[in-house]
Design a protein around this ligand. Structure first.
Ligand code: NAD
Length: 287
């Protein structure tokens, strides 16, 4: 198969929230016509505004080759999934992280698009094989795990289930590169590559803090300067949100075992409302 060097002509994104708007933005900026499907009519305008805001920001930073309005003209936002063009090459699902909701929109999308359309989910934690099991053709389904904020993030984890067709994986890897991003292929497993390693490091840093090995600033500085991590594990937990990290840790604990058991300090901070940057305080002070 020839290597794909361009994004598809036509893409659909289901869910125009934080991630979906970013995904729509990067595909449209690379030349694709993008259909964004929202949950109901009342959410359509906000989703369109999120894409417009993202494009304006990209233009300000000199990252857009065209006028934002020209790129936005390639983006259609609507609430009726049946309006997705049949010939889209790719559908990326980015609705909230609830399995029954994801299965619902994916199975409905499968009925609307052609047999050759690739279906992808942006789930950060759910099993690709379990979501795919609800589809008529799980061979055309995989995970495309984008990072937040999508336009600035270089990585997309391409998550493959045993059923995923090799040519589907190849196409998606080519599209990721055509977006100017880097793909890593990861087998469907809890936490994929990024959450599994990132969360483990964060949990160990919290245990070190609990044990009084060093204070938060010292632990973060140790990794930033000693190992050249762009951000220490506690600062990074503050940015992600302690509540979000706790939920992922609980899931990984239940699937991968004791090494992911959430430390008491993490639970206590979440219970106290110290959720990181968004609440003004986590392991560091952000006020
Ligand atoms: N936020 C992150 O940092 C991040 C990173 C990677 C992956 N993810 C994953 O991406 C997905 C979306 O996360 P998000 O942060 O963008 O959430 P979000 O809440 O910002 O966006 C979800 C969007 O889906 C819409 N929606 C709800 N029901 C719908 C339906 N039936 N049909 C169409 N649209 C519907 C909502 O109106 C909303 O705009 C989740 O699976 C999440 O785990 C999030």
């Amino acid at each position: 198969m020839d290597e794909v060097t361009a994004v598809p002509d036509s893409v659909a994104v289901i869910g125009g929230g934080r991630m979906g708007a970013g995904i729509a933005q990067v595909f449209a900026a690379s030349g694709a016509a993008v259909s964004v499907v929202e949950g109901d009519e009342s959410s359509v305008a906000a989703a369109r505004q999120r894409v417009a805001d993202g494009l304006a920001k990209a233009a300000e930073r000199g990252k857009l080759a065209e006028e934002p309005s020209v790129v936005l003209d390639r983006v259609a936002v609507f609430a009726d999934l049946a309006r997705v063009p049949r010939d889209v090459a790719l559908v990326v699902e980015a609705v909230p992280e609830r399995p029954e909701l994801k299965v619902d929109v994916l199975t409905r999308a499968e009925k609307v698009v052609s047999e050759s359309t690739v279906l992808a989910t942006n789930t950060s934690s759910l099993s690709i094989a379990e979501l795919g099991a609800a589809l008529r053709e799980p061979g055309r389904f995989l995970g495309m795990h984008f990072f937040n904020p999508v336009p600035a993030s270089k990585l997309v984890e391409v998550v493959t289930a045993p059923e995923t067709g090799a040519e589907v994986t190849d196409s998606v890897r080519g599209w990721v590169r055509a977006l100017g991003k880097t793909d890593v292929v990861v087998r469907d497993s809890p936490g994929f590559a990024t959450s599994r390693l990132g969360v483990l490091l964060g949990l160990e840093a919290i245990r070190m803090l609990e044990e009084g090995v060093a204070d938060a600033e010292a632990i973060d500085t140790a990794m930033e300067l000693g190992y050249r991590h762009p951000m220490g594990p506690l600062r990074s937990t503050d940015l992600v949100g302690l509540d979000v990290r706790l939920a992922i840790a609980e899931y990984l604990h239940s699937t991968l075992g004791e090494r992911f058991a959430p430390p008491k300090l993490l639970r206590d901070k979440v219970a106290a409302g110290e959720l990181g940057r968004k609440s003004g305080r986590g392991f560091h002070d952000w006020s």
